[in-house]
Design a protein around this ligand. Structure first.
Ligand code: NAD
Ligand code: TYD
Length: 380
């Protein structure tokens, strides 16, 4: 009979949230310092559990995010595709992980509008492949290991659709109503995760989180894009009237929530994670302008708020997202630690201090995307 060890398999760990999660996991020296690994693998070294990171390194993935772990024997990087069943199966057999934390996805709504196919492939088929290979692996474990195993599926609040200004926030009971190809593909993956618990009893837990921000976020998303454009004196393209609302969560708080769910979450449950920080886009962008003005003053130049440019809206643009995070607070004792204003300042500072990282991710393909997405948007 197969035995598992303490290793965790992370997918998409070279992306924004995945890299923050792995770095935080290593810092936390996470989890039980008990197992030495039944197959002789370095499952626990110096009290910290080993991590295997499976990532395809798409445009959004950057192995350098984890440069701090170079030479760390607890960390293994595997470049590969979650849609590759043979690879996934062989990694599970080789490393015998106790836990899978599944971040890998196509994640940008605007790209899902321009080319949706890759979203269905990675988010739906990729998640299916992981679930199916996990089921095969898990079925071969002994009773105790089967009960301890977890598959944590990381998802988004966008599966719930859009809210009016006075609607109650999304709870775990809110009906799914995805509006973008991105949200629909994540909803599909959530349904598969649910079905694998219901039908096969695979111990799956799903988290649905609001918009994250913080270090290592690819600068196609609102906050890093605006920070860099403001720094460089470029136009700040706000979609529509700028009054769409998102509930912002500092990425380290999301990672702490995931750790809490891994430790105490109940299989088959879903947990909504949010920051209690609803902000209109225009307020986020003006706040960024003011912080960049303060941290990088330009003698004699006009305030950066003057760079704000309203541009043609995103098709099907969800108006408002808000999370009711009472379940995870009450059941698991998790609450966000970072206020939006302080988290935003930390984030701006990180982008100002990490120009080399910024340059390394702004490749030709990145510049092509920016040209495509914004050139076709009329100024309002
Ligand atoms: P990201 O786009 O920054 O990173 C995605 C990572 O997945 C990249 O490293 C990429 O190389 C990898 N990847 C993509 N396709 C792959 C494949 N076929 N096989 C293996 N690896 C592949 O995304 P993110 O913002 O870090 O989001 C991570 C997860 O969290 C996603 O599932 C996303 O839906 C979810 N989420 C994100 C947010 C947010 O605000 N960013 C909020 C809630 C939930
Ligand atoms: P984004 O960071 O793409 O996250 P999501 O669409 O998943 O919420 O966008 C956040 C909000 O900012 C969303 O309402 C769209 C808006 N937005 C702009 O106004 N301008 C931009 O250039 C971008 C990328 C987003």
């Amino acid at each position: 009979m197969k035995r598992m060890n303490e290793t965790i398999l992370v997918t998409g760990g070279a992306g924004f949230i995945g890299s923050n999660f792995i770095l935080g996991w290593m810092r936390a020296g996470a989890s039980s310092p008990t197992s030495a690994g039944v197959n002789g693998a370095a499952a626990v070294v110096n009290g910290a559990v080993a991590v295997v990171n499976l990532d395809l390194l798409t445009y959004a993935g950057n192995a350098a995010n984890l440069a701090a772990l170079e030479g760390d024997e607890r960390y293994t990087f595997v470049r590969g595709d979650i849609c590759d069943a043979e690879l996934v199966g062989s990694l599970l057999r080789k490393y015998e992980p106790k836990t899978i934390v599944h971040f890998a996805a196509e994640s940008h709504v605007d790209r899902s509008i321009v080319s949706p196919e890759g979203f269905v492939r990675t988010n739906v088929m990729g998640t299916f492949t992981l679930l199916e290979q996990a089921r095969v692996y898990w079925s071969g474990l002994g009773d105790e290991d089967r009960a301890a195993f977890r598959f944590l599926h990381v998802s988004t609040d966008e599966v719930y659709g859009t809210l009016g200004p006075d609607d109650p926030a999304f709870s775990e009971e809110t009906a799914y109503a995805p509006n973008s190809p991105y949200a629909a593909s994540k909803a599909g993956s959530d349904h598969l995760a649910r079905a694998y618990f219901h039908t096969f009893k695979l111990p799956v837990v799903t988290t649905n989180c609001s918009n994250n921000y913080g270090p290592f976020q690819f600068p196609e998303k609102l906050i890093p894009l605006m920070i860099l454009n403001a720094l460089e004196g470029k136009p700040l393209p706000v979609y529509g009237d700028g009054k769409n609302v998102r509930d912002w969560l500092f990425v380290e708080d999301h990672c702490a929530a995931i750790r809490a769910v891994l430790e105490k979450g109940r299989p088959g449950e879903t947990y909504n994670i949010g920051g209690n920080s609803e902000r209109a886009n225009i307020d986020v962008v003006t706040a960024i302008c003011d912080i960049v003005d303060e941290m990088r003053p330009r003698a004699g130049a006009a305030p950066r708020r003057g760079l704000i440019t309203y541009v043609q809206d995103r098709p099907g643009h969800d108006r408002r997202y808000a999370i009711d995070a009472r379940k995870i607070a009450n059941e698991l004792g998790w609450k966000p630690a970072e206020a939006f204003e302080s988290g935003l300042r930390k984030t701006v500072r990180w982008y100002l201090e990490n120009g080399d990282w910024v340059e390394s991710v702004r490749t030709g393909a990145y510049r092509d995307w920016i040209a495509k997405n914004y050139a076709e948007r009329a100024q309002l």
